[in-house]
Design a protein around this ligand. Sequence first.
Ligand SMILES: C[S@@+](CC[C@H](N)C(=O)[O-])C[C@H]1O[C@@H](n2cnc3c(N)ncnc32)[C@H](O)[C@@H]1O
Length: 326
Amino acid sequence: MKNQKNKKESDALETNQPIDELPNTYHIPVLLKEVIHGLNIQPDGVYVDCTFGGGGHSKGILRQLSAKGKLVAFDQDDDARKNLLDDERVIFVPQNFRHLQRFLRLHNITAIDGVMADLGVSSHQFDEGGRGFSIRYNAELDMRMDQRQSLTAFDVVSTYTETQLHKLFEQYGEVTNSKTLAKKIVAVRNTLSLKTIDDFKNAVREIVKGNPNKYFAQVFQALRIEVNDELGALKEMLTQIPSLLKPGGRVAIITFHSLEDRLVKNFFRRGSFDEQPDQNPFINTEPVNELNAVTKKPVVPSEMEMKQNTRSRSAKLRIAEKKMMV
Ligand SMILES: C[S@@+](CC[C@H](N)C(=O)[O-])C[C@H]1O[C@@H](n2cnc3c(N)ncnc32)[C@H](O)[C@@H]1O
């Protein structure tokens, strides 16, 4: 079951096509109406879009804001700048959202009315062959969302130990033969080049299981999550949200695979990332949860949205609200 969920994301990413009748070819916003409705926007409020991308969700938020409202938009990819909006209410922060609080403070913002994130890569990043995110192109094995960072996917496959590689392919890609793959990479990397996507695919070709496109999509998903420390950044960002939100303020997060969704679900429900609360009956070790989950079950796209935008197929939206009093 878990395997199927992660595979769905890889498939959706690999088959994503821009849709002609929809305006934005950089990225089509997913669950747009649901996010805007879920944020319960206060017209004069201060909002944060942690993942600006093509600006689809940001535009939706701005439409609900008055001239007094403010939107802070983060994106660690310099390419997102080309979508910047000519709007005085917008502050663009070209940084990783794991530094949310720090950069808000820099702009003298200590309390916000709402925050959202639409996780993962944009269609643009995926469709730019040279960025190395997609198995459809040959390019350097890169996969950095933030090109100022030094670690690339090539560094991961050429320097990580066999155990580290095994763990990341298993946990982040649910690759069926992750142990064999890790072993193969370590065995060939001193004699064969792994510099490009084609080099890498050729080097491990003989141990590929099942449909090669699906197999490599899972392998690439795992590498991408590692290179960008996607789960680490998500955890850090979520942890900062309760103290930033004003009472009654909302947080909306869209995830694309079960690893992310589990973190968001647990954090919204219990204020912690752990699956099970501690069972000591004498000491209450549960963290104080400052949030109330508004969505008990994740909101998923309609049939129509999934048909129009295949990338939306594995999207899950969860919303929480800061309690009035803790
Ligand atoms: C799925 S796209 C967002 C698309 C956007 N909602 C829209 O409607 O166009 C994700 C964007 O978030 C950015 N991103 C992902 N993780 C990030 C992080 N940790 N910090 C900052 N930006 C991040 C990516 O560079 C990408 O542009």
